[in-house]
Design a binder for this molecule. Sequence first.
Ligand code: ATP
Length: 603
Amino acid sequence: MENPISMDPLENVESFKLLVDRFSCKQPPIDKQKANMPRNEDTIIAARIRPLLLEEKETGQVEGTLSRNSTVVDVHGMTLGLPGGPKLRSSEFYLDRVYGPNISTEQIYNQLAAPLVEFALGGGTSTLFAYGQTGSGKTFTVSGLEKIVAVNLLHEETVKERNVFVSIFELGNTLNSGYGRSDNGYSFSKFNDLLDLLNNRKPVQILEDSFGETRIVGAIQPPVHSPRELIALIDKASEFRKTQATEKNEFSSRSHAICRISITQPMIPAAPEGMLYLVDLAGSEAAQDVVNHDSDRMKETREINNSLSVLKDCIRGRAQVGSSSGKKPYIPFRQSVLSKTLKHLFDPTAGRLCKMSVIACINPSFLDVGPSKNTLRYAEMLRVPVPTSKPLISDPENPSTWSNEEVRRWIAENSGEPLINPDFVAPYYTGKQIVEMDDMEFVRRCMKSKDVSKEQASALRSKLWQIHIDSQRPRKKEAGYNSHRQSSRIPAAVAKTPFKARIRPGMVVRYKAKKPRSYPTMAMIMCPDWAVETEVEGTNKQAVRGIRGEGPRRYLCSLVHPRTVHNSYQLDVWSQEIIDVDDIEAEVILEYDSATRLYFIGV
Ligand SMILES: Nc1ncnc2c1ncn2[C@@H]1O[C@H](COP(=O)(O)OP(=O)(O)OP(=O)(O)O)[C@@H](O)[C@H]1O
């Protein structure tokens, strides 16, 4: 009787090698359309195939994923059990750059990271991220690049010309306590916290400033003066980075890590701040890798895959902005903390100039062709023609676009009598810098001019601020994408009145709840309680009916409840309570996101 055909790939290695050799001798023709897709140097999608590790070779594994040339990857799998013996099943993927196992991290730095560093030095925002299945070489690549960046950025000959600051964060992954349920039944994902790796993993907040740019509030950002200092901080952060062994990699990273380097040039005060983001994404395990994984780990894996999926949707949405189809692209950057943190990459209205490189990391083993194909398919989906970011064109109604000359002219024309000297207020600042300037500093500078009063200086400040706020709304509309914010900002003059003295219907407030909650308790003021004629039952079983003129002021309020999307809230108009004015703690500005139909807390 004939021997049965083995279904174990490791027992068919020799046949596999023979089939791959045959394929290499007679390769299929290049798909010209995919290879020559219009691309620009601002977005580069690359793949790095790591070498097979010694232990993988020892178990008899061979390479199934190979670079055909500098832009094409072939992934070979084997179909067993067919009559006539094993058959090769090959797929090809087209990228902007492909780095095979013999390419060093230094070579990758020179081709991909060095242009990003140059760009950040010129005031742009550069982002490099690596992703791939666990054990594919993401951390090896990103940490290697970080070290070369440190050496090049803080070179002793040039270090005096720049101020460099670093922050390092981890996204998500509070293991074990992973998913919680709040006392009112709303479930939360706790994988989406942004944690400061340079400050004992202290949670920090992501907010948007008045320019619509992401600000990470509460993070420490130490200055660094030498490669050694920067590398020491990176090493400290990686020790804190939470790891948990996976099937594939004993030291697997189960969180996204972001190293953010900010660069300013003290010699050129008007130069914009440059930013360099180096992102090591959590291993994207395939759903099949479930062997021995508990349910928390599987939830975590789903969450990681979900944030990668949102990232892809954002990049693809950004590519459609301004397309001739007339369809409004959907850019869901609020749906994950990762995309919120990297919002600069997707926001077509941001004046920031951006460049991005993505490295898809690949484990070459023929046992891993499934996850490798997923990684490369994802890379191909990112390879869309993202338009080059353009600086905002000077607009008299948008102070962020003004040059120093325009700022000076505006001050001279609007300061009133006595004249506020622009030399004192804006010796070299651009419009964006003058808007960002602290109010007190602005007023102090105005008052250096003879006889200028505090009131006159504050009025000029309010006028500038008002133009800036007004400029944000139409700009978002013109952008033609449907994830814009709508917020009700308090005019500077009104904000000076204590908020309890100007409580009015429609105002959202934070209040002290009778029972402590794990989220900010917020409510919208509807009316004073005495305005409620009939007695009805509130959500806390308290009778909702007021009596004019007795006791402390009380308000009928509709509650604002948290939703599952991170940091998002919903107004439940019919969930009402009577709240004492003494329990009201602060006014809250909520921003409405039309894409998710949810509210987010504004700055
Ligand atoms: N280009 C390379 N050359 C040599 N060894 C490499 C290379 N890339 C990765 N390795 C080795 O492969 C192993 C896995 O790499 P690494 O830890 O960087 O994977 P990872 O993708 O970050 O995994 P995880 O997502 O699980 O953290 C490590 O032992 C690393 O040293």
